[in-house]
Design a binder for this molecule. Structure first.
Ligand code: NAI
Length: 244
């Protein structure tokens, strides 16, 4: 029970990595508020449901207030809400570029802005932002997503400096290819999906996709007192992709 007594808000909790984190955090004793723009995925949990789009500043403010009211305060935040987008810069519309930055970078910042006063009021806490390997090295055909995730990595490090005086640790997790609905979108529409999937897996030292639970385990570590001397890091959890 590494999160006993902790009150934690998780965004993007309806699916994939966010959902796996919610399941693991609940097993570890956390009281949870779960934020997503997809209501359906939240109803299975015994948690404070928070419907919001992370790009909507007013809705995020109301959702974080509801989370704090429902939980009686806030000790931790995990930002998982995100969106992938394939396309070269010259192929994607400016609106699509704007949406990718808005969801993956500004969205996480919106939730952090709303949550930091509550974490300070609690005497400290943790923030884990789920960035991506795409924030550490370039990927083909993903200019907007890489830019957004690299921005999220540096945002996390900068925020760590701003809030350390409040006892708040901020870290980023950078997953490799993780077997979720989002990942499936990156090979299902290829001319030969099986060959594309195999090609992606071969980029990884461990030769396979990761599971949502393997990322949730890293998020748990950074959110727990096991990581009490860790802040401002970007932790690759990527089957060795970073140096391969
Ligand atoms: P997913 O598609 O399974 O889940 C994403 C969740 O975020 C969904 O429940 C969705 O409704 C929610 N969401 C999306 N936009 C939102 C918005 N504007 N406001 C509120 N909720 C919103 O995706 P997955 O794979 O679990 O991804 C989670 C995070 O991990 C994302 O930030 C993604 O970029 C990142 N990531 C995923 C990788 C993968 O291979 N699956 C690899 C590296 C990073």
């Amino acid at each position: 029970m590494r999160l006993a007594g902790r009150r934690i808000l998780i965004t993007g909790a309806a699916s994939g990595i966010g959902r796996a984190s919610a399941e693991l955090f609940a097993r570890e004793g956390a009281a949870l508020a779960l934020l997503d723009r997809n209501d359906h995925g939240l109803s299975d949990f015994d948690a404070v449901p928070c419907h919001a789009d992370v790009t909507d500043v007013a809705a995020v403010g109301a959702a974080v207030a509801a989370a704090m009211s429902g939980l009686g305060g806030l000790d931790g935040l995990v930002n998982c809400a995100g969106k992938d987008q394939l396309g070269r810069l010259t192929e994607i519309a400016p609106e699509a570029w704007g949406e990718i930055i808005a969801v993956n970078l500004t969205g996480a910042a919106n939730v952090c802005r709303a949550a930091v006063p509550g974490l300070r009021a609690a005497g400290g806490g943790t923030i884990v932002n789920v960035a991506s390997g795409a924030g550490l090295f370039p990927l083909p055909n993903r200019t907007a997503y890489c830019a957004a995730k690299a921005g999220l990595v540096m945002f996390s490090k900068s925020l760590a400096m701003e809030v350390a005086d409040g006892g708040i640790r901020v870290n980023a997790v950078c997953p490799g290819a993780i077997d979720t609905p989002m990942l499936a979108g990156s090979y299902q529409n290829a001319p030969d999906p099986v060959a594309e999937k195999t090609m992606i897996q071969q980029r990884y030292l461990l030769g396979r996709f990761g599971t949502p639970g393997e990322i949730a385990a890293a998020i748990l570590f950074l959110s727990s007192t096991d990581a009490s001397y860790i802040t401002g890091t970007a932790m690759a959890v990527d089957g060795g992709r970073t140096f391969y």
